[in-house]
Design a protein around this ligand. Structure first.
Ligand code: PLP
Length: 392
């Protein structure tokens, strides 16, 4: 038995190398990677610009700590600020750290305003914000909380897409509303754009901060740099991570200057956050995402995937129910157990990820080509056909 702690249920697959949207197992089999490390490998595997950047940086400097200036960190922060609503960026290494930092920032904002009693955060059912003690308390998923003692106080939860309940949950102690514009783990549930606009209005009306968790749905996945852009509104604070390093661990808290005003020296930190290796790769990923036409290409490929998937899904109503999502963040709601569908896709050579609400998630690298969509559709078709024929 392995010494690795058994916190994960794993598939019996071992990969040796990857190239673009393909992964190769140690025994030489090829898989179409529409899992992308759970929306992490945004530019697929072994992207030449990223490989070269990492190799060059590895020969120069890995880590110095945030006791010193890190020029590439400044550059990445400036570029992210330039491309978004944000004025200030704090780097960390993971999604939960980004959410924790964002929650701390919201509390400090009200503290700096002389209202330290505003510290609670309203969250939404079905959300996922990470696995720290605070972020499991925020999401209130019973499976993630069980056995870990009383959940941290400070989080009030309301149903998804219900504005009345949301308004009622905001009180004199509320600091922020935290929300994933498209729930990932929850089952690829996009919020209505009108709902997102209303969140902005409600946050303004009550003087609380609007915090978006775009750890999964952000960074180009929907065909805009960030998913909230579709609604034409901006948050005050945002947590990002997964796609940011295309596989190198890096996350960030982004905020307006006003929202970040409480974050003065000494209030927050991360030893590894934004180290030279991480930010060199972060800059290289952004080079590609910000290339002319790249995000338009994601939107276009997302539409093709959506149309073709909808067509094939409608042909096997005993297996698949519907398609949901946006851009290259797509869920197939299944009739049969989604976990079994994911395994059936694997047997046909495609990797996907199960999610809540009986959904199989397709999260391909953002730089796939139409031919890769063809390949995926053929597999979805074959699995639907076999299952319907009774040997699924
Ligand atoms: C994955 C995820 C997180 C947590 O990220 P980790 O890097 O696993 O800590 C937080 N929020 C959302 C929306 C996620 O999808």
């Amino acid at each position: 038995m392995s010494a690795v702690m058994s916190t994960y249920g794993r598939y019996d697959l071992e990969f040796e190398r990857g190239e673009g949207p393909y992964l190769y197992t140690t025994d030489g089999r090829r898989f179409l990677d529409f899992a992308a490390g759970i929306a992490v490998n945004s530019l697929g595997h072994s992207h030449p610009h990223l490989v070269k950047t990492l190799q060059d940086q590895a020969a120069k400097l890995w880590h110095v700590s945030n006791l010193y200036n890190i020029p590439d960190q400044t550059r990445l922060a400036d570029r992210l600020a330039e491309a978004t609503f944000a004025d200030k960026v704090f780097f960390c290494s993971t999604g939960l750290e980004a959410m924790e930092g964002a929650i701390k920032l919201c509390r400090r904002y009200h503290f700096a305003n002389g209202a330290p009693e505003r510290w609670r955060v309203v969250t939404v059912e079905g959300a996922f914000h990470g696995r720290s003690l605070a972020t499991i308390a925020a999401a209130k998923n019973e499976k993630h909380l069980e056995g870990f003692g009383p959940p941290s106080d400070g989080f009030d939860q309301v149903p998804f897409n219900n504005l009345n309940e949301l308004r009622n949950a905001i009180g004199p102690e509320t600091a922020a509303i935290a929300f994933e514009p498209i729930q990932g783990e929850g089952g690829i549930r996009p919020a209505d754009l009108d709902y997102l606009r209303s969140l902005r209005e409600i946050a303004d009306e009550f003087g609380v901060l609007l915090l978006f968790d775009e750890v999964q749905c952000g960074y180009g996945r929907t065909g805009k740099l960030f998913a909230h852009e579709w609604a034409g509104i901006t948050p005050d604070v945002m947590a990002i991570a997964k796609g940011l390093g295309s596989g190198f661990p890096i996350g960030a808290v982004m905020a307006t200057e006003e929202a970040a005003k409480g974050m003065v020296p000494g209030t927050h930190g991360s030893t590894f956050g934004g180290n030279p290796l991480a930010v060199s790769v972060g800059n290289a990923v952004l080079d590609v995402l910000l290339e002319d036409g790249f995000l338009d290409g994601v939107e276009k490929k997302g539409k093709i995937l959506w149309d073709r998937l909808s067509e094939v899904v409608s042909r096997y109503p005993e297996v698949y129910k519907s398609v949901r999502g946006a851009g290259l963040m797509v869920g197939i709601k299944c009739v049969v157990p989604a976990g079994d569908v994911v395994v059936a896709f694997q047997k046909e050579g495609m990797l996907t990820v199960p999610a809540g609400e009986n959904v199989a998630r397709l999260l391909p690298p953002l730089n796939i080509e139409e031919s890769h969509i063809d390949e995926a559709i053929k597999i979805v078709d074959r699995v639907g056909k076999n299952w319907t024929a009774g040997d699924g």
